[in-house]
Design a protein around this ligand. Structure first.
Ligand code: NCD
Length: 305
């Protein structure tokens, strides 16, 4: 089964994956694979095709494959036949002919995972398609919230997504997934970095940081995605209006509000180091949970649940 976009999944699909992911955490909340799963995919290989920078997402898919007994195969664009002009579709079809069982792909072209899913017969997992979607990040964010807030249901939970929302696939997938699960999603940031009216986002826009933080049980902070924007941002005024330092935590956040970030964090811009490393930060929990969630996604894609 493919995992291309949150816009194509149901609440039930999300709940199944979240529940499966919880099997891959030990009692201490750290990644742990029960012995019955350690060889679950030992007859499988998974191609990891990353055509944009990635550390967390690529490594966590690689670890997820290894911990289920599958062989991860990293296909870099440099040094492969893609440099000779072969298309990604050709590459995938050839790897499929060799018996590769699934493709995890990150690529700037938004339509690529959908095209591959049409033309390749094994599961395609979207690990980020340009400014489109990042479904496994949304799952790991929902999973982290579910566990941290000890949630039976997301009803009544408010999550703010703040910063450069319009260029962010994390924001789009996160807003769709969290609202599908029943949470209330707020977006906040400079007006030109919020989604345009014609895009159907299931979110409430608010115009100040203090309103967003004052209502949020957790805030997902975003990096300014300079690689996806034409205009310049005045960093000092951006930090003043939208950045979070310890004073902002104390004066604007709910007493138990949490801070999340998909990474990479640009320290000193969206978050100061004291806040990124502070007691409310879930950033390293998110990274750890990413492995558990991707184990669930791989097992589900191979139909081994
Ligand atoms: C994000 C991405 O690449 O979409 N990072 C990630 O996957 N952890 C966000 C970003 O690049 O800012």
């Amino acid at each position: 089964m493919d995992l291309l976009a949150i816009k194509d999944v149901t609440r039930e699909d999300l709940l199944v994956l979240l529940s499966l992911a919880s099997e891959f955490l030990g009692p201490d909340g750290l990644p742990h694979t029960p012995s019955r799963y350690r060889t679950a995919l030992s007859d499988q290989s998974v191609a990891l095709m990353f055509f944009e920078p990635s550390t967390r997402t690529r490594v966590s898919f690689e670890l997820a494959a290894l911990r289920l007994g599958a062989q991860p195969i990293v296909v870099a664009s440099q040094g492969s036949s893609l440099e000779k002009g072969e298309t990604i579709l050709d590459t995938c079809q050839n790897l499929e002919a060799m018996g590769v069982g699934a493709f995890v792909i990150r690529h700037p072209e938004r339509s690529l995972p959908f095209l591959l899913a049409d033309r390749v017969n094994v599961p395609i997992i979207n690990a980020g398609n340009g400014a489109g979607e990042h479904p496994t990040q949304a799952l790991l964010d929902a999973f982290t919230l579910q566990r941290t807030l000890n949630l039976e249901t997301f009803e009544g939970v408010t999550v703010a997504i703040m910063g450069d929302v319009v260029h962010s696939r994390v924001a789009r997938s996160g807003a769709l997934a969290l609202s599908l699960l029943g949470a209330h999603v707020i977006v906040a940031g400079p007006p030109h970095l919020l989604p345009h009216d014609d895009e159907q986002w299931p979110v409430e826009r608010v115009s100040t940081r203090s309103e967003a933080l004052g209502r949020a049980d957790a805030v997902i902070m975003l990096r300014i995605q300079r690689e996806r924007m034409a205009e310049n941002v005045d960093i000092d005024s951006y930090i003043g209006d939208w950045g979070i330092d310890e004073h902002v935590v104390e004066s604007e956040m709910k007493p138990k509000g949490f801070i999340m970030h998909p990474g990479p964090v640009i320290r000193g811009v969206e978050l100061t180091s004291a806040v990124a490393d502070g007691p409310r930060s879930l950033i390293l929990k998110q990274a750890g949970n990413g492995v558990a969630v991707r184990q669930a996604v791989l097992l589900n894609s191979f139909g081994r649940v």
